[in-house]
Write a protein that binds this ligand. Structure first.
Ligand SMILES: [Zn+2]
Length: 274
């Protein structure tokens, strides 16, 4: 029934979600989702665009064919569903990344000088993977998406911690460029300047979360993304063991990027040699 139930297929404008991992927003969506394999979702606002039903595509918006990026999304879906080795192909594709060409215009629209920002922060552009693997649910019961290798490393690390009586909770994994742009747009609408926002959020395109290799970790009862996490057993455990699973804390105190200390933010780099 679900040929690749645990892969999020990614394109520039549209994400293709395994339907069973999405929550319906209305009766019509619920009926469509209950029979769908994949659901096409607009990245900039999360709107459901179409459901892929066994008998064909069910549009969930008017003028689906005029939707930006629809052809690329349907091509990706077809090549995944029609191939007998769809999973291998999709996993292979997850090693591919989406082009960065449209990001520059959007940073311009924000009034952000990308070159100056990159120079100042030492951060690099992080492309999005073409597919992401389901890595379980986060603290809020939302699907956690990560690069397939990072997903395996995370679940292995979480289970190892559990065997040591330490519970690690994920707060946030993969986030798209559009998602990060949305954060900036909402904060600007509340009157914050881009410079203000950059003191706590990486510019769209420059967050390690875009690559699906970074995740924010916390412990039960801890507030999300707070410095107090460093006083937990979970943090002690990570400090001693995360390296064995390929995870490194990206932003220690006084890091060269000028980013505030983030004891909760860890990125998978590579499996350690074994
Ligand atoms: Zn983070």
């Amino acid at each position: 029934m679900h040929p690749s139930p645990d892969l999020l297929l990614n394109t520039a404008d549209i994400e293709l979600w395994p339907a069973h991992l999405l929550r319906a927003r209305g009766n019509r969506d619920a009926r469509a989702l209950s029979r769908a394999r994949y659901v096409l979702r607009r990245k900039c606002d999360g709107r459901f665009l179409a459901a892929d039903l066994p008998e064909g595509l069910l549009p969930l918006v008017p003028r689906l064919r005029a939707e930006p990026g629809i052809d690329a999304a349907l091509d990706w879906l077809d090549s995944t569903l029609q191939s007998r080795v769809h999973r291998a192909i999709a996993l292979d594709a997850a090693m591919q990344v989406l082009p960065l060409d449209r990001l520059a215009d959007r940073l311009d629209a924000l009034g952000l000088d990308a070159d100056a920002y990159a120079d100042r922060s030492g951060l690099v552009l992080v492309p999005e993977p073409a597919a992401l693997a389901f890595a379980g649910f986060d603290r809020y019961r939302r699907p956690l998406w990560l690069h397939p290798h990072a997903a395996r490393a995370w679940t292995g690390m979480r289970d190892a911690a559990h065997r040591d009586d330490v519970v690690l909770e994920a707060i946030s994994g993969y986030r798209s460029h559009d998602y990060q742009l949305g954060i900036f747009e909402r904060k600007r609408a509340r009157g914050l300047s881009v410079e203000d926002i950059l003191t706590v959020n990486a510019a769209p395109g420059y967050s390690e979360h875009h690559g699906g290799r970074a995740l924010d970790i916390t412990a039960p009862g801890e507030p999300p993304a707070e410095g107090s996490f460093e006083a937990t057993r979970a943090f002690d455990w990570l400090t001693a063991n995360a390296g064995d699973f390929g995870f490194v804390m990206s932003y220690p105190r006084d890091n060269r990027h000028g980013i505030v200390y983030e004891p909760w933010h860890w990125q998978w780099h590579a499996a350690p040699a074994d």
